[in-house]
Every structure is written in C-alpha cells, then in structure tokens.
Design a protein around this ligand. Structure first.
Ligand SMILES: Cc1cc2nc3c(=O)[nH]c(=O)nc-3n(C[C@H](O)[C@H](O)[C@H](O)COP(=O)(O)OP(=O)(O)OC[C@H]3O[C@@H](n4cnc5c(N)ncnc54)[C@H](O)[C@@H]3O)c2cc1C
Length: 336
C-alpha cells in the first residue's frame, strides 16, 4: 500500500432519523485540530436518506467538504448498505484518518470497515494527536484502565479510530465558514443487502435524557446503597435544571441502576458543568468517564477517598444525610 496517496481527516457523520448526532460534531471539532496540524482538510462523510439539506450545516462545525450519500437504501441504519457506502467513499477518496463515534452504530460499522479495508482500528480513544512524523497517535485505556496505551497505524491507511460521545469538545459554531458539498452516487450490491431487512422499529421512551447530554449529573455509588436512597438523588436532580441521575458500576452491578446510567470506562463518558459524586470512591475506571467535568462536588465518608483528588469541592460526611439537606436548601433558594 502506498500510504503517501492518502490524505485529509474524514469524519463519519452519524444521524438517526435524519438528526445529526452530537458525537459527529464533537469529532469534527477534533478533526479540525488534527487537520490544521497536518495542513490538510476536514471531510465529513454523511450517509442517510433525505439528509442533503443538512449538509451545509456541517461547515459551521469544522468541515471543509461534505461527501453526502443520500439514498433510499440508507433510510435506516443497517450494517451492509452503510458499510458498502462508506467503504466505497474510503476506497475512492483515500482518507489518511477516519474517525467514527463509538456509539452502537459506530461500534458496528467501524470494525466492519476496517476488516474490509485491511487496516487497523483503535476503539474507544480518549485522546488523538499527531506525531512529529505526522502519524495519528491514538490513545486509549488498556489493562483495565490501569495505563494509557498510545497506538499508531504506520503501515496501512486510513488510520481509523472510534471515540466515545462526550470525550472530544465541539468547536465553537462558526456560521461564516463555507465549504463544498459533493453528492456521491453508490451502486449498491442488492444481493448482499437483501439478506437482512428491517422488520419493525420500537423506540423506547424512558422519559430520561441521555446522561452524556445533561448539564448536571447527580451520581451515586455503593455508598448510597439502595434504591430508596437513590430516590433521594432523584429528588435532588428534580430541583436542579437540566440534571439527571447517574451512577458508578457498583450500583449497576447491584441492579439498582441500569447500564445506560453508568459513568466510566465501561459506561459513558460525561462532561457536565457540575458532577456530584456521592458515595463514589473514585476508582480509575470511574474517573476515566467523568474527570473532564467542569466542576466536581464529592461527598464521601472517607476523607482519604481518591475522588477527593479530582474534586473541586469535597465534603466529608454521610451522603444519605447531606443529599436531603442540600435538596431542601436548594428548593428554598430557588423559590426566592
Ligand atoms: C475492566 C473494568 C471496567 C470498569 N468499568 C467501570 C465503569 O465504567 N464505571 C465504574 O464506576 N466502575 C467501573 N469499574 C469498577 C471500578 O473499579 C470500581 O469497582 C467501582 O467504580 C466502584 O464503585 P463505587 O465507587 O460506587 O464503590 P466503592 O469503591 O465500594 O466505593 C464506595 C464509596 O462510598 C463511600 N461511602 C460509603 N458509605 C457512604 C455514605 N453513607 N456517604 C458517603 N460516602 C459513603 C466509601 O467511603 C467509598 O469510598 C470497572 C472495573 C474494571 C475492572
């Protein structure tokens, strides 16, 4: 493979029901930084159906060019048609770097593409950088989060990476940015597509917001103990604006919380304005998912708990007593 033929930083633009997902905009922000270091362009690969009208919006988030694949075969996400479309784009345009969000869709599509392209894929990166010799440095936790491994893909292209939602920062929206939209026509191999079809879609509305989108997270750990005490956290979240309850893995394993509420290495990465860590010790795998929060408030009985090392405000005490007092105080303050 002649890797010198490959250039530019490409981002897979994930949309669901034609709605561009936040992670795609976060990746455009990171791609912008990487491309500026390389002196290259940011290209958005935007597959879907009836999505063309949104293509130009991607310029404001950092793209220089959008490759739009608008086809009925791409109405709903299915592995085969999406893999065919993006594979075709990559083999035609030869990107040097290809970034995908580590969502359920991205985790399905990424490995499929890397296998077809015979290139490497570093999953769940927490940091991306460019080396002095212009290689992509892909950093991710390894060995249970005990060390960070930096991986390079020196012999093959594209250098592929998935990044979880909430890890990278979007750039400040710049509506003056302009670019080029190119429509890509794909000849699908229908025989392969027909093997799998979508029969029905059931949308589960849990009435809850995705924790990676909440501005405030009230997060509880083993120190909170049980479901009843978690209801106290719910009351605290209810008095705060744009707040959700999340938890450590200990409480998910105990069946008190569902996995979509778990923060950490094997849960979600979050970056809220305020993160309450209540009865959470601060294990490295938990910190990996929340240490980038703007302001961390920790409540723990143990003054030596590691969570205090990342906290902006620490309270040594019983969280189950402090939370109701805090809720009451906030309620009274907000009524004024
Ligand atoms: C491969 C791997 C992946 C993992 N992924 C994740 C992950 O994604 N997310 C995650 O969270 N963990 C993850 N873990 C587990 C992680 O190592 C810890 O076991 C877990 O985070 C501990 O949860 P905790 O802090 O709630 O419980 P503990 O570590 O048991 O801490 C409980 C804390 O509560 C305090 N406490 C007790 N009672 C009270 C009270 N009444 N008031 C105030 N404080 C009190 C204690 O002093 C203690 O500090 C992973 C582990 C591995 C090996």
């Amino acid at each position: 493979m002649d890797i010198t033929q490959y250039k530019d930083v490409y981002v897979y633009i994930e949309q669901r029901g034609s709605r561009v997902q936040s992670v795609a905009l976060e990746l455009l922000g990171k791609a912008r930084e990487l491309a500026d270091t390389l002196g290259e362009k940011v290209v958005a690969v935007f597959p879907g159906y009836h999505i063309s009208d949104q293509a130009t919006n991607l310029f404001s988030w950092g793209a220089d060019k959008v490759l739009c694949i608008d086809a009925p075969e791409l109405e709903n996400y299915l592995t085969e048609p999406y893999a065919q479309a993006v594979f075709k784009v990559i083999t035609t345009y030869k990107p040097s770097v290809f970034l995908i969000g580590a969502t359920t869709i991205g985790r399905d599509l990424g490995p499929r593409l890397s296998a077809r392209l015979e290139t490497g894929l570093t999953a769940d990166c927490t940091k991306l950088d460019i080396s002095e010799d212009k290689q992509l440095l892909m950093t991710r936790p390894a060995f249970g989060g005990n060390l960070m491994a930096t991986i390079m893909c020196t012999q093959r292209r594209p250098q592929m990476s998935t990044v979880r939602p909430g890890v990278m920062k979007k750039m400040i929206k710049d509506q003056t940015r302009k670019g080029e939209v190119e429509f890509v026509d794909i000849q699908f191999d229908n025989k392969k597509i027909e093997r799998v079809c979508l029969v029905e879609t059931h949308k589960i509305d849990k009435g809850l917001k995705d924790i990676s989108e909440a501005r405030i997270l009230v997060s509880g750990g083993r120190g909170i103990g049980n479901k009843e005490n978690f209801e106290k956290l719910q009351s605290l979240a209810a008095v705060l604006n744009n707040a959700e309850v999340s938890s450590s893995r200990a409480m998910v394993d105990a069946g008190v919380m569902t996995h979509d509420r778990q923060v950490g290495q094997t849960g979600k990465t979050v970056r809220p304005d305020v993160y309450f860590a209540l009865g959470i010790s601060g294990a490295i795998q938990h910190l990996a998912g929340m240490e980038e929060s703007e302001f961390i408030i920790a409540v723990n009985k143990d003054k030596y708990a590691p969570i205090f090392q990342v906290a902006d405000l620490g309270i040594v005490g019983d969280a189950n007593k402090i939370v109701p007092l805090l809720t009451e105080r906030l309620e009274n303050e907000l009524k004024k």
